[in-house]
Design a protein around this ligand. Sequence first.
Ligand code: ADP
Ligand code: MG
Length: 249
Amino acid sequence: MTAHDAGAPLLSVRHLRKAFGEHVVLDDLSLDVHAHRVVVLIGASGSGKSTLLRCVDLLEDVDDGVIELEGTDITDPRLDANAVRARMGMVFQAYNLFPHLRVLDNVTLAPRLVHGVGRRDADEQAMAVLERVGLAGKARSFPDELSGGQQQRVAIARALVSRPAVLLLDEVTSALDPELVGEVLDLLGELKGSGLTMLLATHEMAFARDVADEVVFLHAGRVHEHGPAAQVLGDPQRPRTRDFLQRFT
Ligand code: ADP
Ligand code: MG
């Protein structure tokens, strides 16, 4: 990675375009995320939130535009996608834990296989992040012995173990029973408190209000409104944002 100016955004998406066939899903989308900020993506289903996160995590090829992480254009095909991805942690709606691996091994898998960390160091790092998400006591358990909320916290631990510069989270509470949502949102609040930079999509407006520094309302693959959370959620400037938010209150 090149030297990165401290005042510059940690993540900068500029003029991003992504189409599936004829269907343009992200259209000239630009968005900056500064270090230690929590930026929340909201918008109707199909507005492009997941596709944006997947493009940032290099899970989708982009058609046009630039995505800079710490000053480096990560869409450059000459970069090693795995090395770039190691600077980001991604957590999905479905926790995607490996059912045949114990919690500890789910967390150490990428450090050991992708980054060549030795078993002892990997275990140590994994125990530290499991401690952080409150699940050190479950290190020897298998995923199906855990609640959905606990599994999602393991998935977050797995994303944190490589010390990512930014955590990307896509609707991480949507698959959970309502009574399990709180523990995951509380954890994200704690991570914000520790200074982690996050870009996340959610339908949890109360959570967005509590934790977001900035809110981005996406509509039809474009940034329709972007501003301080209190402003976008409390006093949206555009009718479409207002209509969307009314459906959640
Ligand atoms: P959101 O997460 O905001 O609900 P998505 O990013 O999942 O929105 O989807 C945006 C649009 O892109 C939708 O119309 C969806 O059908 C389409 N889309 C997403 N992934 C694919 C894909 N792999 N192939 C074709 N169309 C897709
Ligand atoms: Mg989505």
